[in-house]
Unconditional design. Structure first.
Lengths: 784, 292
């Protein structure tokens, strides 16, 4: 029994009616009138080449073409954490499909036609298509200027190599840890690249008006960060932050792909060339695949030592990341994993080397899970394999080694309160871990798999959030925040937090996607941090408004502040039960005194939040000494799968997942995240597979040949379990959980496959074809 | 996505006008029925027709009907028309089964079966059901009517025997007088819409009479008289299935591409052949199910 009125309730989404009715406008829906111009990108057709010349003469002859913009027009670099990216290719291109120029025309047809007529003369360079080749002796250097790029202080680029960053952890005595081990398992796991596949394409419209105002409408998770990066990149043109306005309409899915800045910067830049006209750049599905961000690929070499009783004595984890042609965002994925690649375990002796490696493939970047799915594939496979070898139950092995509150992380900080133990117990019970399922059909094999997960938000130590809370005459509220609702329910949760404190129902709180002119600062909607970070800002704004209300009522009604409280949109007094004052009667107009004068004025709450305990100051050789992460969200998951031994097809009979969310502000939305995350995870294991040819060109940038699940591919049964061990510094105890549900899926399924067939798959994806060919290899006599 | 070039467009209201237009423009023209292939090809620039002849207004070509002991499927019949047709379900269940696995519901609402065999892409679903049923393709041109046996229709990947001035009016399927049942198996990467990586149609016409065809495992669909002969000699037994499966190695020639390896296609063609054969027998031995 809690006393909450709005927290913990599955309040209907505040933007639901707008989206269901079709009232919601997405970037592509907005009308810009007949002045609107269209841009088409000219793409490079080599993975690595010097650009000798760009001939636009034929293209400029196409009627209705106004301008063609190339790298010469914008010789600027930019980036979120490292300035290694260019608005347009300068002297060279570094991945197949990179933008070289943009044609601006009055119609999309003319722009496209002209783009096909731009002639680019190249000198091809040797290309590097995988990370191990890129760090081999004599490898072609992709960024000769690496040493000159500005970057955040917690990156350690190695100039003259393809290593853009190297995160190193040394804790305890690793060699001794392995010496003490009774058993050591060492193996290599490979996880390829993946694409986010948000259904809405990237889209950006920009207008540079004759007063020098630059407005950008973009499908974005990060309007403030975009404004910041636009302003920094375009500063040589005299553009300041307050000249730029970024408006984020509704977003049709992000999953990380619309964080930071990718194609939007082209819109911002080229608008300056056609002053007075709005100009639109729309991505198509192909470019969604090869010119936004991709999830990084990784080759992970993992070594774990254990005692006979299952106690882990040491871990060595070397991760070689295929980060792509530009790593301005990707390098922080590598960094985050470097810090956390011990998984949710208490391990005394740790060595981690996480290498961010340039390759001539599309830029890597943020993707739901931020590297954790990738390293957990190996780690959680390893734990189960070790348990099997020792004859210990895989769940018991995890319980024995799991991290507890107060234990030290790999970088020496203390673990936050968490419900990992409860999650393990509940998942094991729900999946009936101790019961072995069998099929009566000899062609079908059934197996169960278990995996743990953890993830911390990966943010700069000063990532902050803020909120304006404006009351209206009828005591309805406009809640201004700059997080973005990308489907996760962020706006609803913010409304619930304000509603709880101010006793105004969520139906009277309007929370909308941001506009940087109107809404206050938010770093980005990433890292599963907005419920926690922005939620704290909203809580602070609501408390600020409440304090103003109580102060006003106290001084005008002569009641002690400490006796006042809010209930049903009224101010009441503990000591005077007959007293009540409706918010709507004074919230804007003030309170009239006996002499006819008024006290008060519009109530406007203001809230900010920045974690003040985080720091990236640490020894670069050990990573000890700082406090880079705010906290971890943990959980457990398990699956029962049925495998057709003739075809390799896997049918997921049941999947269970428990996440410790601290406090479930909206349980239905959390269940939605768990189900959606599991599906996305399952998809990366069973179906999705990026294929590149020898030139580095992606072969399947479409849904014909890059498969994401349909309604027909949903598991037979999904059981989401919510665990609530409060996060002390979270709003009402909440912590983030948006990315987490997909993280444990790959090892969980790999573990289930081994349970069913005795076959261990160490590379993703695990398609039916791959499994079938493995079955045939292992047992050629399997009936065909 | 914009189509960055100009083309002419005509929408004839009857077959005669369509035939005349096609006679006039020949190779320069493309017929538009469902358009699910054509529109994509034009957007991607694979095909740049000078004129589109939109035949969607020729309603007589929408029909699915019995014509004596032949089933007549008009060129404008979509896959969802096939799916909702009692005639198809009762008489050529194998085609019904294949139609249900074509793409997604939205595409099935537009895409036509005849368009599928005219595009003649190796991954098409309709070919093997029509092959085991020995369907006939009927065309019309200013030179008059013409017909092709299905086994003569497919020439190469994306290439059929049709002449530039011919328009397919319908496909006819002769219905056997005696009991028969068939089954279709398709290799897909998941349960959602997918292009066939391999498919098999088996038609059982008697205890020792079979028709078998393999799709997506070569440039054109392949009926195997060799396997049929074996089954027609021996009927269905563990031994005959095993021997027939071994024959498949020499019957089909799958390739490795972005969708599947040749090894998996070969293996799955064998698995699916067996499953289709057993499913066809089960249906053959069961009384037929009719719509109420």
């Amino acid at each position: 029994m809690d006393a909450f009125q709005y927290i913990g309730k599955s309040v209907v989404k505040v933007d639901g009616r707008e989206k269901v009715s079709g009232a919601a406008l997405f970037t592509e829906d907005i009308e810009f009138g007949s002045d609107l111009l269209y841009a088409e990108v000219v793409e490079g057709s080599h993975a690595h080449a010097m650009i000798n010349s760009i001939d636009i003469s034929e293209a400029m002859k196409v009627p209705e073409v106004l301008s063609i913009v190339t790298g010469k027009d914008f010789p600027y670099n930019f980036g979120l954490y490292m300035n290694d990216r260019y608005i347009f290719a300068q002297d060279r291109i570094r991945f197949f499909g990179e933008q070289i120029a943009v044609v601006i025309a009055r119609t999309p047809q003319a722009a496209k036609k002209a783009a096909q007529l731009v002639r680019v003369n190249y000198t091809p360079l040797p290309k590097v298509l995988n990370p191990l080749d890129a760090i081999a002796a004599g490898a072609e250097i992709i960024h000769p200027d690496l040493g000159q790029y500005a970057h955040v202080p917690w990156f350690f680029p190695e100039a003259g190599t393809n290593i853009a960053h190297h995160r190193k952890i040394r804790k305890g005595e690793v060699d001794k840890g392995f010496e003490d081990a009774d058993y050591i398992l060492e193996d290599t796991y490979e996880v390829p690249r993946y694409s986010h596949c948000a259904i809405e394409y990237h889209a950006a419209v920009a207008k540079y008006d004759h007063s020098g105002r630059l407005t950008v409408w973009a499908s974005s998770q990060s309007p403030n960060t975009q404004r910041n990066l636009f302003a920094k990149a375009l500063a040589p043109l005299g553009i300041r932050h307050n000249d730029i306005r970024v408006i984020a309409p509704h977003v049709g899915g992000g999953f990380g792909s619309k964080a930071g800045v990718t194609m939007e910067i082209m819109a911002a830049a080229i608008a300056i060339k056609v002053q007075g006209h709005p100009v639109k750049i729309m991505w198509n599905r192909e470019r969604e695949f090869y010119n936004t961000y991709q999830r990084l690929g990784v080759v992970a070499k993992l070594k774990i030592g254990v005692k006979k009783d299952g106690t882990i004595t040491a871990l060595k984890h070397d991760l070689y990341w295929d980060a792509g042609a530009y790593v301005e965002y990707a390098a922080n994925v590598v960094n985050a994993v470097g810090l956390s690649a011990i998984g949710p375990y208490n391990i005394r002796n740790v060595s981690i080397d996480s290498y961010c490696i340039y390759t001539n493939l599309p830029p890597g970047g943020p993707y739901r899970g931020f590297g954790y799915s990738e390293f957990l594939f190996g780690l959680e496979s390893h734990i189960t394999r070790i348990a099997s070898h020792l004859g210990i139950d895989a769940v018991e092995m995890r319980k024995k080694n799991m991290i507890k509150e107060g234990d030290l992380t790999a970088y020496g900080a203390h673990m936050n309160p968490n419900g990992l133990s409860e999650a393990i117990t509940k998942v094991a019970k729900e999946i009936q871990w101790n019961k072995k399922d069998r099929s009566s059909d000899p062609n079908l094999a059934v197996g169960k798999g278990f995996a743990l997960f953890w993830k911390a938000p990966a943010m700069p130590p000063n990532a902050s959030s803020s909120c304006f809370l404006k009351f209206n005459e009828d005591a309805s509220i406009n809640l201004l925040v700059s997080g973005v609702d990308i489907g996760q329910g962020f706006l609803t949760v913010m409304a619930q937090i304000a509603a709880e404190i101010l006793t105004v129902p969520t139906s009277k709180i309007r929370t909308e996607n941001p506009d940087t002119d109107r809404n206050p600062y938010e770093w980005q909607t990433v890292a599963s941090h907005v419920t926690w970070g922005c939620g704290n800002a909203v809580r602070n704004a609501a408390i600020d408004a409440r304090d103003q209300i109580f102060s006003l009522v106290s001084r005008s009604k002569f009641l002690p502040i400490e006796d006042l409280f809010l209930e049903d949109e009224k101010v009441k007094c503990k000591t005077q039960p007959s007293f009540e004052l409706r918010l709507r009667d004074f919230i804007i107009q003030g309170i009239q005194m006996g002499d006819g004068t008024f006290r008060g004025g519009p109530i406007i709450g203001r809230g900010i939040f920045m974690p003040e305990f985080t720091s990236t100051n640490a020894d670069p050789d050990t990573s000890q000494g700082g406090h880079p992460n705010v906290h971890y969200t943990v959980g457990a998951a398990a699956v029962t799968i049925q495998i057709d031994k003739q075809t390799g097809r896997m049918n997921i009979l049941k999947v269970v997942e428990a996440v410790d969310v601290g406090k479930a502000i909206n349980p239905d939305l959390i269940k939605g995240q768990i189900i959606g995350g599991l599906l996305q995870g399952i998809s990366t294991v069973l179906y999705e597979e990026m294929k590149f040819d020898h030139r580095g060109k992606m072969l399947n940038p479409n849904f014909t040949d890059y498969k994401i699940p349909t309604a027909l591919d949903i598991p037979d049964e999904i059981v989401p379990i919510i665990i609530e061990v409060n996060q002390p510094d979270g709003p009402f105890g909440a912590r983030g959980m948006g990315e987490h549900p997909m993280i444990p899926v790959a090892p969980m399924i790999a573990n289930a496959i081994e349970d069913a067939l005795g076959i261990r798959i160490k590379s993703m994806p695990i398609t039916a074809e791959k499994l079938c060919l493995e079955i045939l290899k292992t047992n050629p006599k399997t009936p065909q | 996505m914009a189509i960055p070039y100009e083309f002419a467009y005509e929408k004839p209201q009857n077959l005669e006008m369509a035939v005349k237009l096609l006679g006039k423009y020949g190779k320069k023209a493309r017929l538009l029925a469902g358009g699910t292939d054509l529109a994509n090809q034009m957007k991607q620039g694979f095909r740049v027709p000078g004129i589109i002849i939109d035949i969607k207004g020729i309603h007589e070509m929408e029909e699915i009907k019995m014509d004596g002991n032949e089933l007549h499927i008009g060129s404008l019949a979509t896959f969802n028309d096939l799916l909702s047709s009692r005639l198809i379900k009762e008489n050529v269940n194998i085609l019904h089964e294949a139609a249900g696995l074509v793409a997604s519901n939205g595409v099935r609402n537009r895409a036509t079966m005849v368009g599928n065999i005219c595009s003649a892409v190796a991954c098409m679903d309709s070919a093997t059901p029509l092959m085991v049923h020995e369907a006939v393709i009927h065309t019309l041109s200013t030179r008059g009517g013409n017909s092709y046996r299905i086994q003569d229709w497919f020439v190469d990947n994306r290439k059929t025997a049709i002449q530039d001035d011919e328009i397919v009016t319908h496909v006819s399927i002769p219905l056997p007088a005696a009991r028969y049942a068939g089954a279709y198996q398709k290799l897909m990467r998941y349960s959602g819409e997918d292009l066939s990586q391999a498919n098999v149609s088996v038609l059982m016409l008697g205890e020792k009479q079979f028709s078998v065809a393999f799709g997506s495992v070569g440039p054109i669909p392949k009926r195997s008289l060799k396997i049929e002969h074996l089954l027609n000699e021996e009927g269905i037994s563990e031994g005959s299935i095993s021997r027939a499966k071994n024959m498949i190695d020499s019957v089909i020639a799958p390739i490795t591409d972005v969708r599947a390896t040749k090894e998996y296609r070969m293996h799955m063609s064998k698995v699916m052949f067996e499953r289709a054969l057993l499913a066809a027998r089960e249906r053959y031995n069961k009384p037929r199910v009719f719509f109420k």
